[in-house]
Design a protein around this ligand. Structure first.
Ligand SMILES: Nc1ncnc2c1ncn2[C@@H]1O[C@H](COP(=O)(O)OP(=O)(O)OP(=O)(O)O)[C@@H](O)[C@H]1O
Ligand SMILES: [Mg+2]
Length: 450
């Protein structure tokens, strides 16, 4: 795409020479001899990407024109052209919002670089605005099944209260999404939502993570660091995978959750915080308690309001809407064009049991967007998602050789677990109790597409 530069200079020779150079470089140019003319062009024409503005103009001077330009569109990049040694004016112009300035006589190479940079910055900013918008979209809970409607209603009721929430649900059902929604709809939404994955933090670091530490508290503590509790003050703290903490960590967490006061590691000043705690787990905590892996007192402390996120297989009517949502989300992978999906393909998706829930669906749609050649996804293109389990078992028993049945089972089993773990090899290996290297070998020998 060609970019358009508006050149504003009262000297005809400069206008024309700039036009020549810039068009050679692949830009479109528009010329204006006065500030008034430039403003008129800007008012009547869209698609100007950047302005080169001379300071000494007859009538209204450049700084004055700059003010007007910025008032109309504060993001339009303006590069000021000033006489040699006129730094004072350049500084003034920068304060008024000029992106950059360049001295006359013009160094054309420098000018081109300046323009390229300005356009790059503008595009980056536009891209970020788009990302911000889509990030916000991503925290939208899609679906209109009774289960999702109920969930949305619960979030709406619970969010404004300061109650602590425990979010329960299988892998990939949308627990993190629910946590974000709770925070965004709360009175605390102007303050931070700080997340911590309890499963990912080594036990000996958990206190320093949560409470922060003073400089020199331990080897490696080269600077004072604020902890998550500190950072979440007046906001929310989301403790994810709470069921994966060791018992001793649970004891530490319990103490601080009760007191909402703590000391930094290596410090002696007590810090008081006001934090709303939201937790999530895919474990059945009551069972964990029974088996001695989770503290009952902590469970009661956390379980002020439980919110259950239902698995996808219990709300298959959400699949078409979710699929559509993800097709939109992954349109950038198809040059911005959203692919469509046939009813047959949706039907096929609805037959699957979705052990990996919404995340699995999201991954599969992403894969389909990348892998299908056309713009329409048909049933034939849906990968084998595991037909009904019973018929699969029949198939295994029909095989003659143990070796074949075993590898068929292994392939299916490992694929399922990989999907559940978001194709994270280490996580899968841990889950199914095999060595990571061993799992790698299996994936290769069984021809699993990981
Ligand atoms: N109802 C929904 N509408 C739109 N997107 C969803 C929905 N549910 C889940 N997602 C998306 O699916 C992905 C997985 O969701 P999320 O990370 O919230 O799941 P989770 O329950 O925290 O999973 P895990 O237990 O593995 O941590 C995310 O990209 C999320 O945005
Ligand atoms: Mg999660």
């Amino acid at each position: 795409m060609k970019h358009t530069v508006l050149i504003v200079d009262d000297e005809e020779s400069i206008r024309f020479s700039l036009q020549g150079v810039l068009e050679d470089e692949g830009f479109n140019t528009i010329l204006a001899a006065t500030g008034e003319e430039a403003l008129k062009i800007l008012a009547g024409k869209e698609g100007i990407d950047i302005i080169l503005l001379d300071i000494w103009l007859p009538g209204r001077d450049g700084l004055d024109v700059l003010k007007d330009i910025k008032r109309n569109d504060s993001r339009l990049p303006v590069i000021i052209m000033t006489g040699h040694g006129n730094i004072e004016i350049a500084v003034k112009a920068t304060r008024l919002g000029a992106l950059d300035f360049i001295e006359k006589p013009l160094d054309l190479n420098k000018l081109i670089i300046t323009i390229d940079n300005a356009i790059y910055m503008k595009e980056l900013e536009e891209e970020n605005a788009l990302l911000r918008r889509s990030a916000k979209k991503d925290s939208e809970l899609i679906g209109n099944s009774p289960a999702i409607k109920k969930l949305r209603q619960e979030i709406k009721l619970v969010a404004p209260s300061d109650a602590w929430v425990l979010i329960l649900g299988e892998n990939g059902t949308g627990k993190e999404l629910v946590a974000r929604m709770l925070h965004n709809a709360s009175k605390r939404s102007n303050n931070a939502l700080i997340e911590m994955n309890c499963a990912a933090i080594p036990e000996e670091l958990i206190e320093s993570e949560l409470f922060g530490h003073e400089k020199g508290a331990f080897t490696g503590a080269t600077e004072r660091r604020r902890g998550k509790f500190d950072l979440a003050n007046k906001g929310s703290l989301f403790l994810d995978e709470i069921g994966d903490m060791s018992l001793s960590t649970q004891a530490k967490i319990l103490r601080i959750l009760q007191e909402q006061r703590f000391e930094r590691v290596g410090g002696n000043q007590t810090i008081e915080v006001d934090v709303r705690v939201i937790t999530a787990t895919n474990k059945d905590l009551e069972r964990e308690i029974k088996e001695g892996r989770f503290r009952q007192d902590l469970y009661y402390r956390l379980n002020v309001i439980p919110i259950v996120v239902p698995p996808l297989r219990q709300r298959k009517e959400d699949i078409p809407e979710l699929a559509d949502h993800f097709l939109k989300l992954f349109a950038p992978l198809n040059n911005g064009k959203k692919k469509t999906i046939t009813e047959g393909a949706i039907k096929r998706l609805s037959q699957h049991n979705w052990p990996g829930n919404v995340r699995e669906l999201k991954n599969i749609i992403e894969r389909l967007v990348i892998m299908t050649p056309g713009d329409t996804i048909t049933a034939d293109e849906i990968p084998l998602l595991g037909p009904e389990v019973s018929s699969e078992i029949d198939e295994l028993f029909d095989m003659a050789l143990l070796k074949d049945a075993r590898s068929k089972f292994e392939k299916r089993f490992i694929t399922k677990k990989l999907v559940e773990c978001g194709y994270n090899i280490s996580k899968t290996a841990e889950l199914i109790g095999v060595e990571r290297s061993n799992l790698h070998r299996k994936i290769k020998s069984l021809g699993i597409d990981a």
